[in-house]
Ligand binder design. Structure first.
Ligand code: ZN
Length: 444
């Protein structure tokens, strides 16, 4: 039987390790994984160069696309083109910063209608739990969102409310009853309110306004309620490494808790962020170099499951480069297409292998959202691939990035590893014709 596509590579990252292989693709799925010298008949055969590695397409479960409503910040067309340029073949869109936010089925349908004909990679959606919409969550769950996002303090946008302790308990109770998942922006409102306010150009002052203690208190609260109700919870964008021992304890007790962190927490450190450089502002904040190394240790120990972008872009004006004030600037780091190279640059220096990076950036996020056919090169999986040249290098030029606005904390940085091609369900992604599909929980 003929295959639609055959890819031959000396290095392929599979769930059981790295090997040389010939991959046969039929009807958008991986149908054969054979020895490299096996002759598989195909309409198209692709032979990777000696220095290229075949990875599964990455899965980024934390992307703010902001469309509709704030499409001038980012949109489905630009964000998914950026994703593809970075080897990402699946993104899951966050429920806030778009208007409407994804807090009921009508809003989900609005977002899907906007996204449908302009996505270059596959796109799923998170729902939002904002307190007032508790009654909407079962229908939103049935409509196929991958879980519900909640904030424990001001979200930064007026239309997406946050949960107090009682609302959080009610939400976790409901989520447990529906076998759904809560994903949490874990910073404690009271601790932040008691800290010095964020203002001025000094990064040290901004850091002091968002202490690690705020994260640790919020995470403790999520763990306590998750355990009490037998729920499933996920900690978004962990920055405070001092929460890791508590997370380890909870997992030992059997609490269904997973954790992600982001490339910026694993790359940058507070000591090196210039004053006024608001492109580095995000919440929770980038902390010290010592904290960064403990996050790497958390990855090594398997306590942190995923590395995802938290791509949260805005217009250059909202970063307030005119005054460089960390209190006034929008908080969010833009760098969707740079995640793989950023993490590989840091990981290889610390002795990790490409298969580790694939665990954190492809299989891990796919498992988080229950996408069994994504994030792995395996028989039956979608034929989503990233062709990566790990020893090639480049300098980040912000104006050449595919996301909408030329703002990025990575501008000017030398990175190792170049994404040469991205394949989605057996088709090469060119950025010309949007071939992505909209995904629902359970169908991917
Ligand atoms: Zn986010």
């Amino acid at each position: 039987m003929t295959f639609d596509l055959v890819i031959r590579a000396r290095r392929v990252i599979t769930p059981t390790g790295e090997r040389a292989a010939t991959i046969g693709v039929r009807a958008g799925r991986i149908a054969a994984i054979e020895e490299i010298d096996t002759d598989l008949p195909a309409s198209t055969t692709v032979e990777l160069a000696a220095e290229e590695v075949l990875l599964p397409g990455l899965v980024d479960s934390h992307v703010h696309i902001n469309d509709p409503g704030r499409a001038e910040w980012e949109g489905f067309e630009t964000a998914t083109r950026a994703a593809a340029a970075g080897g990402i073949t699946t993104v899951v869109d966050m429920p806030l910063n778009s208007v409407p936010p994804t807090v009921d089925v009508a809003a989900l349908n609005t977002k899907r209608a906007v996204a449908r004909d302009q996505v270059h990679v596959d796109v799923g959606f998170w729902g939002g739990a904002v307190g007032g919409n508790l009654a909407e969550l079962p229908a939103l769950h049935e409509a196929g969102v991958f879980g519900f996002k909640a904030f424990l303090l001001d979200s930064g946008v007026a239309e997406f409310g946050h949960l107090d302790e009682d609302m959080l308990a009610d939400t976790i109770d409901l989520v447990a009853k529906h076998d759904a998942m809560l994903i949490v922006h874990a910073e404690d409102a009271r601790t932040i309110a008691a800290a010095l306010p964020a203002q001025g150009r000094r990064y040290a002052d901004f850091l002091a306004s968002r202490p690690a203690e705020a994260e640790n208190i919020a995470i403790a609260s999520v763990i306590g309620l998750t355990e009490r109700y037998g729920a499933r919870a996920h900690i978004l964008h962990l920055s405070s490494a001092s929460a890791l021992p508590m997370i380890a304890d909870a997992r030992r007790r059997g609490v269904a808790l997973t954790v992600e962190t982001c490339p910026h927490y694993l790359t940058f450190c507070a000591e090196e962020i210039p004053d006024g450089a608001t492109e580095f502002k995000c919440c929770p904040p980038i902390r010290t170099a010592a904290n960064r190394e403990l996050l790497w240790a958390g990855l090594a120990d398997g306590l942190i499951d995923c590395v995802v972008s938290d791509h949260s872009p805005c217009t250059p004006e909202l970063k307030r480069f005119d005054v460089g004030d960390f209190g006034l600037a929008w908080g969010g780091i833009a760098g969707l297409q740079l995640g793989l190279s950023t993490i590989w640059t840091q990981a290889r220096q610390r002795g990790f292998a490409l298969s580790d990076v694939v665990d954190w950036m492809a299989r891990g996020p796919a498992d988080l959202v229950g996408m069994k056919r994504k994030g792995r090169i395996d028989i039956g999986a979608d034929a989503d691939f990233c062709v990566f040249a790990p020893d090639a290098a480049f300098l980040v030029e912000v104006n050449q990035l595919a996301h909408r606005n030329p703002v990025s904390a990575y501008h000017g940085r030398p990175l190792a590893g170049v994404v040469r091609q991205t394949w989605l369900r057996g088709e090469k992604v060119t950025g010309l014709r949007p071939g992505g599909q909209l995904l629902e929980r359970g169908n991917s």
